[in-house]
Ligand binder design. Sequence first.
Ligand SMILES: [Zn+2]
Length: 54
Amino acid sequence: MVHELTCREAGYDCDFMIRSESEDQLIEMVQQHAKETHDKEMSREDVQGLVKTV
Ligand SMILES: [Zn+2]
């Protein structure tokens, strides 16, 4: 099972997209992207709410 998140679906005008088999890794990378690019702190729960599994 692969976890996927796109910034666009999260409501940002941003082409960031990430896919990972590791949810922990995906959450960490999304948190880093959100902070660096959108100046937004996301909790683990915030990220999990946006992740799709494909
Ligand atoms: Zn983004």
